[in-house]
Ligand binder design. Structure first.
Ligand code: NFA
Length: 101
């Protein structure tokens, strides 16, 4: 007689409710002009001049700054568009995404 195979449970854990959130982070560099960073923050992240200045200066002084938090798709899309803007203008401007806990 063939040996019996233990039955494996295949129950999947359903992720209820809240999707994971991702931070978009602005990284400092020594070359991208401050006003260009502010322009990108206003255009892609719909910030006011004051908000954009605050985020840009924080990244400038501390090396990085969280710009905003979104679901994964939105975070990645905005990050991509913001990095494209920098590249198109010939600046090393860099944004990245990071999953929240
Ligand atoms: N550090 C850049 C400068 O002094 C400005 C900057 C801020 C670049 C934030 C990137 C991110 N021109």
């Amino acid at each position: 007689m063939a040996p019996s195979i233990p039955q494996l449970k295949t129950r999947t854990r359903t992720r209820a409710e809240r999707p994971r959130l991702y931070k978009v982070i602005l990284l400092n560099d020594d070359f991208t002009p401050r006003d260009f960073v502010v322009t990108v923050l206003k255009a892609i992240f719909r910030m006011t001049e004051g908000e954009a200045l605050g985020v840009m200066m924080t990244a400038h002084q501390r090396g990085a700054c969280v710009v905003a938090v979104f679901t994964r798709e939105i975070a990645e899309e905005k990050c991509l568009r913001a990095n494209d803007e920098g590249r198109r203008a010939g600046h090393p401007l860099a944004f990245t995404t990071e999953r929240e806990e």
